[in-house]
Design a protein around this ligand. Structure first.
Ligand code: UFG
Length: 329
């Protein structure tokens, strides 16, 4: 049985991947500091509660577990927070990735899957954006991930036996179809989660950040992708690497997008609740449009998205939002 070491496996995306790995028969070890994750969301394998900045524990854990591959989810992911607190992002996302890579080297681990982001593109010239577009992030979150990608590329150039897949996620949303796990972070700032929490009455209103973007309705456009489709992409990327695949970067998105206003309309339709919406000014660091060109991942990994349906995505998130009753940790 292949062993996979997963950082951030108790978090939103990580926990869905741990579920997919467990279901596919892998042995999983999760390493998570529970800063935004929850113990109960780790459905398979053991959980080590520790921080990536604790280099001693990290090294010992990896050397002892002897993983066949590492998947690295643990990171800070909120764009506006990164604008306010850049050092937190360079520390958690860049420096901690470096710590993990040092430990991987010590443990002789040669396969690595990295959670990257569409935020590395910034305001790309062409949309949908392909993997060859230049990295030109417009916020510290995107920069911190770009730096980690560059470190990975250099690691591969220095040692051809070290191979990584960097998955550039677009806007991940929704929850496990079986409703066992989902986004469970009190201060979540993501549009769909905020809209649903507003529908539930946890917030009085949903703010629309900017209505003067160069898009048809003036609000930002994003490519929303169901978390279980993201999880499948990870299992395929892992099989690719374990099958001696070479380092690659893949976009993970559906190839089309929705504006903030369209997402709000869909959230109102799914919930049947006409929650209050307030239009306000732009939020710092938001590119106007982010849509994936997903040709490469479909061809090379044979990834077939199953849930390319905004209403289904919102429905699973809504079922989850109403069932987990805000239990944290
Ligand atoms: N938005 C609102 N009101 C809200 C929340 C968000 O109008 O209450 C808007 C934002 O301004 C943005 C859009 O909705 O235009 C989406 O915002 P999110 O916060 O949901 O997501 P981001 O696009 O900022 O970022 C997310 C992930 C990143 C990832 C990026 C890739 O958090 O990790 O998608 O597209 F990099």
């Amino acid at each position: 049985m292949k062993r996979i070491f997963v950082t951030g496996g108790a978090g939103y995306i990580g926990s869905h991947v741990v579920k997919a790995l467990g279901e596919a028969g892998y042995e999983v070890l999760t390493y998570d500091n529970l800063s935004t994750g929850n113990k109960w969301s780790v459905l398979y394998g053991e959980l080590i509660i520790a921080d990536l900045s604790d280099e001693e524990t990290l090294k010992k854990t990896i050397v002892k577990f002897k993983p066949d591959a590492i998947m690295h989810f643990a990171a800070s992911i909120v764009v506006p927070e990164s604008v306010r607190s850049p050092l937190k992002y360079y520390q958690n996302n860049t420096v901690n990735t470096l710590n993990l890579l040092k430990a991987a080297q010590e443990g002789g681990v040669k396969e690595f899957i990295f959670s990257s982001t569409a935020a590395v593109y910034g305001n790309a010239e062409k949309m949908p954006v392909g993997e060859n577009a230049p990295m030109s992030p417009v916020n510290p979150y995107g920069s911190s991930k770009m730096m980690a990608e560059k470190i990975l590329r250099d690691m591969h150039l220095a040692d051809n036996d070290f191979n990584y897949v960097s998955l550039r996620y677009f806007n991940v949303a929704g929850a496990d179809g079986g409703c066992r796990i989902g986004q469970a972070y009190k201060e979540s700032t993501h549009l769909i989660t905020r809209a649903l929490k507003t529908a539930k009455g946890e917030f009085q209103k949903l703010q629309v950040f900017g209505t003067d973007y160069p898009t048809p309705d003036g609000t930002c456009i994003r490519d929303y992708i169901h978390v279980d489709d993201i999880a499948d992409a990870h299992v395929l990327a892992l099989e690719y690497l374990l099958d001696k695949g070479k380092s690659e970067v893949f976009n993970c998105g559906y190839g089309h997008g929705y504006s903030v206003r369209e997402v709000i309309a869909a959230a109102k339709k799914v919930t049947g609740i006409d929650f209050k919406v307030e239009e306000t000014g732009r939020r710092g660091g938001d590119p106007s449009i982010l849509i994936a060109d997903n040709t490469k991942i479909k061809q090379k990994l044979r990834w077939q998205p199953k849930y390319d349906d905004l209403e289904y995505i919102i429905k699973t998130a809504w079922t989850w939002e109403n069932s987990y009753h805000g239990k944290y940790s």
